[in-house]
Design a protein around this ligand. Sequence first.
Ligand SMILES: Cc1ncc(COP(=O)(O)O)c(C=O)c1O
Length: 417
Amino acid sequence: MAMNAKQCACRWVLQHQHKLKQAARSCHLKVKEVLGIDEYRNYEYDNEYTFKYSELTTTLAEPKQLRAKPDVSELKFGQIFTDHMFKVFYHKALGGWQKPEIIPFENISLHPAAKVLHYAVELFEGLKAYRGVDGKIRMFRPDLNMQRMNLSAIGSGLPTFDGSELIKCMNRLIQIDQEWVPHSEASSLYIRPTLIGVDGTLGVAQSESALLFTILCPVGAYFDDKNDSVALFADPSYTRAWPGGCGDRKMGSNYGPTIRVQRKALRKGCQQVLWLYGEDHQVTEVGTMNIFIFYVNERGERILATPPLNGLILPGVVRQSILQMAHEWGEFQIQQRTITMNEVIRLQEENRLLEMFGSGTACVVSPISSIEYLGRILPIPTMEHSKPLYNRIREQLYAIQYGHFEHPWAVPIDSVY
Ligand SMILES: Cc1ncc(COP(=O)(O)O)c(C=O)c1O
């Protein structure tokens, strides 16, 4: 039967689609190279270059391998893990991502020269699943964690993947270990996806093999007392992130070096470090949280401000959620801009500083009560208001996370296949 021009073209496309995909992929990589990876933030992931939920295999733990669940009131962060884990290898020599698996929780065996052990070729994410008041388990904005994870992967020379495929695999993992999601509104299940370079070769170079795994741990209330506030230690001689660095990526190499400063803060009787940057002592982050300041300007207007995503700041999921929520409320101005210690001191001295708080997945919102800075203690009046903003934000996010009402940010784990 004779084919018309349209049919001929369709047949040609069908026959050559693999070449077209390859060409598209090459253009894609070229665009990344030309624009510079950092500017190319709307990167779309090609399914051909990802692992797939449809290929997931599951090996369930034997009854004797199942561990007793801890008492919710005794849960400490990151101490106890569930019965299963997710893992998938990437081997460039074998064509990239391999088949993903859910297996009983186990130790990882690594070559002693694995790049992760020598050059910190590693990144991770942190998100949570919550058991709602209706019994449904929901994850909070997992798509944002997946975007950030892929940006961290690009920054570490590790392979990227389709975030929606990992979300589906994590959902399956949580379904299998669902009895580990605490039956309590004060607790949740912490999810730790991690990507490490496992090439067993010395030399600072891209890792041709990688392992992506995800482990889960039930966690209790971050604060024993809901009104717990933190005292900060700010010393401009320490720097967490700098322009042109990778402080805006969730790489393990950003965290190890902060431990000695955190210890110094504890010795000073403070709970967290306030990270400053530059000669003007810019306020950047607090511990492993983003920071917000709520104040009244010279014209008597209330303003919520947080530092901009200028490379020094991790793009926090809770940070973004607070900005979006406050924007919807429309009750005060919102600014993403540089904040310096001089400004904080001036606002405090002029009684225009209302609140300061940190934000992050672990604590949601953490009010700040003082800052030790250059030998003096600056009191911050966050806890002195009858209806503080930090608490309103916290309650609103809790309500979304624990399913008090349906909200697009809280994604039920059985809704995304
Ligand atoms: C350095 C740093 N800043 C901010 C955050 C808060 O990010 P998120 O709101 O996504 O938990 C974290 C935690 O991941 C962090 O490690």
